[in-house]
Design a protein around this ligand. Sequence first.
Ligand SMILES: Nc1nc2c(c(=O)[nH]1)N[C@H]1C(S)=C(S)[C@@H](COP(=O)(O)OP(=O)(O)OC[C@H]3O[C@@H](n4cnc5c(N)ncnc54)[C@H](O)[C@@H]3O)O[C@H]1N2
Ligand code: MOO
Ligand SMILES: [Mg+2]
Length: 401
Amino acid sequence: MISVTEALQIILNHAPRASVVTLPLELAVGRILREPVSADRDFPPFDRVTMDGIAFTWQPTPRRLRVEGRQLAGAPQGQLQDRANGCLEVMTGTVLPQNADTVVRYEDVTLQEEAESVWADVQVWPERAGQNVHRQGSDRSQHDVLLEPGVRLSPAEIAVAATVGKAEVQVSHMPRVALIATGDELVEVTQAPAPHQIRQSNSHALQAALHQEGIGAERYHLRDDYDALKTQLRALLEAHDLLILSGGVSKGTSDFVPDVLADLGVQRHFHRLAQRPGQPIWFGTTASGKVVFALPGNPVSTFFCFYRYVRPWLYRHLGVDFPTEYAQLTVEVSFKPALTYLLPVRVNSSPNGVLLAVPLAGQGSGDLANLSQCDGFLELPPDQDTFPAGASFPFFRFRRL
Ligand SMILES: Nc1nc2c(c(=O)[nH]1)N[C@H]1C(S)=C(S)[C@@H](COP(=O)(O)OP(=O)(O)OC[C@H]3O[C@@H](n4cnc5c(N)ncnc54)[C@H](O)[C@@H]3O)O[C@H]1N2
Ligand code: MOO
Ligand SMILES: [Mg+2]
């Protein structure tokens, strides 16, 4: 049996880079950028006035200034005529007028009408030139790369793209995903289960998890029948890039999934990992580049395996690094088997900035109800039996803030 670390290596080595698609900016939030976005002009593109007030040429000695006129937002750059004694009223966001180098806020000026002219008395005369002016190019220069490929577009990146005139952006194409629940005991959400049946929840959990990643996926339910599985999985493989199955991968006499996949020519990279839960997980690919995760059917196993294996695969495929978070155990945990233990936890952030993880072990991998108390799981390594309070481990979050 291989380790979690080896499994992840294999998975990431079989995550070909997604193709590129062009999207209008308003549909691009959450997608992974695949082109550099550069400044089309300097930032700011001109010497920008940052306060409503008056603009003039600074001199060391304070003086009374005659108001020559007014420059409103959207007006082209004006020109100060009298550099010695003149000023122009200017508004935040306007171009600093020619011959002016300094702006004083209205709050620091008294304006008075006298002899057909308006005069400005500056109460707080600035100590040097340049006050309240945002210099052209002081943030970024024209042609500077503002957004690198591989960034996930948040509202901040959308604003940057908009300001440089990118009405469309190139982003990673989302894979076509099929979610396949297997099992004769399963009925649909809308059905009333007989005493020996259960409603199927795994493909709903997977669909919701993918939806939060911005990926749409179709759900299927297949019976535990070798031939039917083979026919239907063949068709689903044709039509999708990624298949995520749940159930039918363990030792039961109806656990046909690994054999059917082999029969269909899907190359197995591993079956079974030294971990709990989710030990019987299966992973393979086809010659044409289709990827298949067959996750163990116990609901917690399906769930954790999605977040530990499928999500990192998706990130690599889409071209973005998967961030590793850490959290600190609040109590000692003991786990004897030489397996990686994915420990369900709730997390709280502490006032000193540490993420604290409270274990919520529940009743094992069938304890679906326990999931709604959890924020994610800690990955406890296989080479230890005891995990002391205060020790930090990788934390895999599935609940959003
Ligand atoms: N002899 C052995 N038995 C089992 C082993 C083993 O190593 N040797 N491994 C156990 C582990 S660990 C797991 S996990 C399960 C995995 O089983 P399968 O992947 O074959 O899944 P099923 O047998 O189809 O179902 C297991 C369990 O999960 C329920 N289930 C399945 N699909 C859904 C769904 N879509 N929604 C909700 N619940 C689902 C199913 O009813 C079963 O209760 O095998 C152990 N056995
Ligand atoms: O590993 Mo299974 O996933 O324990 O229930
Ligand atoms: Mg089984």
